[in-house]
Write a protein that binds this ligand. Sequence first.
Ligand SMILES: NC(=O)c1ccc[n+]([C@@H]2O[C@H](COP(=O)([O-])OP(=O)(O)OC[C@H]3O[C@@H](n4cnc5c(N)ncnc54)[C@H](O)[C@@H]3O)[C@@H](O)[C@H]2O)c1
Length: 365
Amino acid sequence: MIRLGLIGCGGVAESRHLPALRRVRGVRVAALADVDPSRLERVARRFGAARRYENYSDLIEGGDVDAVAVCVPPTLHADAARAALDAGKHVFIEKPLALGLAECDRLIEAAEARRALKVTVGFNLRAHRLVRAAREIVGRGELGEVKLVGTTFTSGARLGEGFADWRTRRESGGGALFEQGSHHFDLLRFLLGREAEEVSAASGRADETATFMARMEGGAQVVSAFSEGTAESHAVEVYGARGRLRVSLYRADGLEQFRVGEYAGAPRVRLREAVRTLRALPRVMQRSARGGDQLESYAEEWRQFVGAITRDAPVACTLRDGRRALEIALAAWESSATRRAVRLDDTKAEEFCQQWTAKHQETQA
Ligand SMILES: NC(=O)c1ccc[n+]([C@@H]2O[C@H](COP(=O)([O-])OP(=O)(O)OC[C@H]3O[C@@H](n4cnc5c(N)ncnc54)[C@H](O)[C@@H]3O)[C@@H](O)[C@H]2O)c1
């Protein structure tokens, strides 16, 4: 039984990880940490963790845990993860891995010096049932050469109350390009097995809404839209020379595949899709009763991480994967500020973003 200490009892911990962890065998949440004592107390009471800490170093040093989950805002990821590694703990780090590439490199170096410890990044879409099915279809070549990918990830997160301040600023890891975009930057690499070569992005309304384009190795072109200020949607479409697929992540029967020449509205295709939907209905009802595929993707990423620890197997998402996604996010940031396309191989995106932040802070002061 792995004893887990979770640092940061905010939104993702309370509504995703802690409920998901209840259904994962071989791991027990033994300790929680949060700087906000009332939140810590409430979450600990709700999920029944024995030990509580306001200072995360105390959890790492004295919490009697084998593994640590870092679920604090992104500016704190690298320090907390480094402290956990130094204390000999396995580490799960929420996305984005960090805000700077140098921090990623220091983490990678620290992890490589402690090979017995497992370290992973929480890109839960890699563990999503429909995303994995889509990846297999692409991997088997059923779509032929992939030429175009379209993705959308939107939510009404900023329309309600209690939107954390750090989430409104890209320099603290917030904004649509970092919060939602980083999920899709990893997803593109995971789905296609290719790296991004060049990106361009535009971001408006205090980074509430952003658009992104990329050219991947092999030539596939990507167009994505992200927003934290509109109705919820989460979809990925992959178009190849032999067919296309569409994944609607908020629908349990949301994986559709069409051959070239097949129109979604044609009677035969509609009938086929209606039969597929009806057949899937019993499983859809079962899955929604258990929190749906979204919550299950978090449980599955924990099963993968627990499996990596107990069987000494590779993790599903490495620190290098986390660094790659950050490289794309930084290049998208540079592009959105300069209004120019940015190549991934010669970008000085990190330097650019640091200068941008310094200038921005000066202007605000
Ligand atoms: N994988 C996903 O789908 C997903 C979804 C949401 C958020 N996230 C990521 O998870 C992380 C946390 O996001 P969130 O939405 O839960 O943020 P949040 O602002 O809701 O919660 C952060 C929590 O960390 C606590 N905290 C801040 N500083 C701390 C410190 N020094 N020590 C201990 N606790 C501290 C805060 O009090 C707060 O409770 C971010 O990196 C975010 O990008 C991932």
